[in-house]
Ligand binder design. Structure first.
Ligand code: ASP
Length: 331
């Protein structure tokens, strides 16, 4: 009798163990939702791409995909660290941007390794940025802006999403380009910064077009330039001159976003997520939404995990000397 009970207990324990193992064939289990961590506040550019992607992934995976905003820390460190600590079962993923390529240069004592603690699941998009100002600014053109900023540098401030954010990177490069050091105001994402910019509490910001294009179109903010070498074709931004053509030769910043899981995910689960991502990248609805906001959906091999990883590591190497050179302007 005792032996039979032991066999039952052993059986239950084994069942428990095998239930914890995820295989691609069962993934995703019906009714179990997938969480996409966004390491910035809701309503900003990272949140925008994650929400559009969640809809496209839901269509191809057939389960709910919800966005969770875990904002805070330099470069969205809180959300990224939460992902690294979560179970590598495919149900917790992270949408993150260029911070993955600039973290090692800007954040001392990173609590994770860019190279070893993430499962690379493919890149999503490239997004240009725009330099924008509060509607009350006396300047209307880029030339007037530069004069006003230079004459008032002690009073002018620049909003951003904190250290190691895309907006900080762009603002840092702009300050280094025009040789003026400004005070910066950090937020938990550029959505709350945008609210304050529209309200006139802060003066300037550099942010992705996925957030700025609608505000520029509605004339809620003043737009001074786009950060790509070529003008954009998006209707809302096609008349906006590049910073390069306005005298800042070579000024070129584009923000990429990718999809990540915690290291240790079963290979077949990672493969399923990557193929759902690639389906999303070809989804006409997803493409239309993203292109309408000035983003370029990835069509090259960076949608493949190995290329995604190779690209991120090449970005780490590319930005290190640039950031070192401009570090005097870091927050
Ligand atoms: N655009 C932000 C940044 O500057 C992040 C965000 O709010 O999505 O990094």
């Amino acid at each position: 009798m005792k032996t039979f009970k032991n066999i039952l207990l052993l059986g239950a324990a084994l069942l428990g163990l095998t239930q914890g193992v995820v295989h691609g064939a069962d993934f995703p289990i019906k009714d179990k939702q997938i969480t996409l961590i966004v390491p910035f506040a809701a309503g900003g550019p990272t949140d925008r791409v994650a929400r559009d992607l969640s809809e496209a992934l839901r269509k191809s995976l057939g389960v709910a995909v919800v966005v969770e905003n875990d904002a805070g820390g330099p470069g969205g460190l809180i959300g990224a660290s939460k992902l690294v600590r979560s179970a590598p079962d495919g149900y917790t993923l992270l949408v993150h941007h260029i911070a993955m390529g600039i973290f090692p240069s800007l954040v001392k004592n990173l609590p994770f390794k860019i190279d070893g603690d993430f499962e690379y699941l493919g890149m999503i998009n490239d997004v240009p940025m725009t330099l924008i100002g509060k509607p009350q600014l006396p300047a209307n053109t880029y030339k007037e802006l530069k004069t006003w900023v230079t004459q008032n540098k002690g009073q002018v401030n620049l909003a951003n999403a904190g250290l190691a954010s895309a907006s900080q990177l762009c603002g840092m490069l702009w300050q280094a380009t025009i040789q003026v050091e400004l005070a910066t105001v950090p937020y938990k994402g550029t959505a709350p910064a945008m609210t304050d910019l529209i309200g006139g509490q802060v003066d300037l910001m550099c942010d992705q077009t996925t957030s700025t294009s609608s505000q520029i179109e509605a004339k809620k903010v003043k737009a001074f330039g786009v950060t790509t070498l070529k003008r954009l074709t998006t209707p809302a931004l096609k008349d906006l001159a590049t910073l390069d053509e306005q005298g800042e030769k070579g000024f070129n910043v584009t923000i990429w976003h990718g999809l990540y899981g915690p290291k240790g995910m079963p290979a077949d689960v990672a493969l399923k997520i990557n193929s759902a991502l690639k389906t999303a990248l070809k989804d006409p609805e997803f493409i239309k939404k993203q292109e309408g906001l000035g983003a370029v959906v990835i069509t090259d091999k960076r949608s493949e995990p190995a290329e995604h990883k190779r690209f991120v590591l090449s970005e780490v190497a590319r930005w290190a000397p640039v950031i070192k050179g401009a570090a005097v302007y870091a927050d």
